[in-house]
Design a protein around this ligand. Structure first.
Ligand code: ADP
Ligand code: MG
Length: 335
């Protein structure tokens, strides 16, 4: 009988540790204008507050609308001291601006603002106004280094196109430090997986149909980010019935219309995935395909405005199109 007690205790211990690993925990919060939702296994019970605080701290540094953020001060004064984190983010984003030859441009903000996407008071700026604004767009004029940044008169920076991708990696690190080995973070258009599901299968995520309420398909995700940029996320219909969305072509100052209605980029680096999803949306189908061919270090799903889904070859057999969907799926060839 004496020997039995420790055995029972041991069994109970094994059972509770298994069940705590198997029990799904959730953390939901609102930050960066986005409802964020996390499910995870293992680690402590209540991670909501910690994750929310980390997201709010980043927002406090980067927000273009919070007056005392580092970026808002840079935009107001034309120069500002930057924390190490903001400097790193701005530098990383500028690298992507160069790599995408300005399809991503962190100085596009005056245009985003003129179209009313910052306040929700949407409007169509006239041609003269747009011309004036385009003259104040150009990431090459941003100087950053030594803990500060500077901008020419009238220039403004916005890291909105990469912030959530970066945040996904940051929150994933926090969870991992706390012993979480399995998690799925949904940061509104940016999904970050930590590990795989507790049963050893990959997380499966759905990609929204940019032209409807449903989904276009699902794909597996392990320790990676899937970032989606879509015209459907924030848009308005102008007086002429034209849809105007929040992704702007920095070359014209107008909402980007290059034949794509949604772009998903899958890869290891959250900031890069997020930035690329915006950039490829601006580039359009042909340029995106050549951009991918020159690199092949990420996977992508392009949804065209004529009903096609183009996937990179690495997603072939992985991406499962929605049954009965009217989209036709094509795999990008090697040349
Ligand atoms: P979301 O943030 O809505 O998930 P994106 O990651 O595509 O979507 O980022 C879009 C945001 O980035 C816009 O709201 C705007 O602030 C900014 N933006 C729009 N066009 C560009 C661009 N060409 N380059 C850089 N930033 C952009
Ligand atoms: Mg983006």
């Amino acid at each position: 009988m004496k020997k039995l007690i420790p055995a029972v205790l041991l069994l109970a211990l094994v059972l509770t540790s298994c069940s705590s690993l198997r029990a799904e925990k959730t953390a939901d919060f609102f930050a960066m204008d986005t409802y964020m939702s996390v499910k995870y296994y293992g680690g402590p019970d209540g991670e909501s507050e910690k994750l929310e605080t980390a997201a709010a701290e980043l927002e406090k540094k980067l927000s273009v609308t919070k007056e005392d953020s580092e970026i808002a001060r840079l935009n107001r004064d034309g120069r500002a001291k930057l924390s190490g984190e903001t400097e790193k983010l701005l530098t990383g984003a500028l690298d992507l601006c160069r790599e995408t030859e300005g399809a991503l441009d962190v100085t596009v903000y005056p245009a985003v603002r003129a179209w009313g996407f910052t306040t929700g008071e949407h409007r169509v700026p006239d041609k003269d106004e747009i011309d004036g604004i385009v003259g104040k767009i150009g990431y090459g004029n941003v100087t950053v280094g030594g803990g500060e940044a500077a901008l020419p008169d009238g220039y403004m920076v916005d890291l909105g196109a990469v912030a959530k991708g970066y945040l996904g990696d940051k929150l994933a690190e926090i969870l991992k430090e706390d012993g979480v080995t399995s998690a799925l973070l949904d940061l509104g258009g940016n999904i970050r997986a930590v590990g795989e599901k507790p049963d050893g299968s990959p997380w499966r995520i759905a990609v929204r149909d940019p032209a409807g309420d449903g989904v276009i398909g699902t794909l597996p995700l392990r320790d990676e980010t899937a970032a989606t940029s879509g015209g459907y996320e924030r848009y308005f219909v102008d007086e002429d019935g034209e849809i105007r969305w929040h992704i702007i072509d920095p070359a014209t100052g107008y909402p980007a219309k290059a034949g794509l209605i949604s772009v998903t980029v899958i890869g290891k680096d959250g900031l890069r995935c997020d930035g690329l999803s915006t950039a490829l949306f601006v580039m359009g189908r042909e340029k995106s395909v050549s951009f991918w061919r020159e690199r092949r270090d990420f996977e992508m799903i392009l949804v065209t405005d004529d009903g096609k889904i183009l996937i990179s070859p690495g997603l072939s057999g992985m991406f499962e199109p929605e049954k009965g969907s009217s989209y036709s799926v094509e795999v990008i060839g090697n040349d």
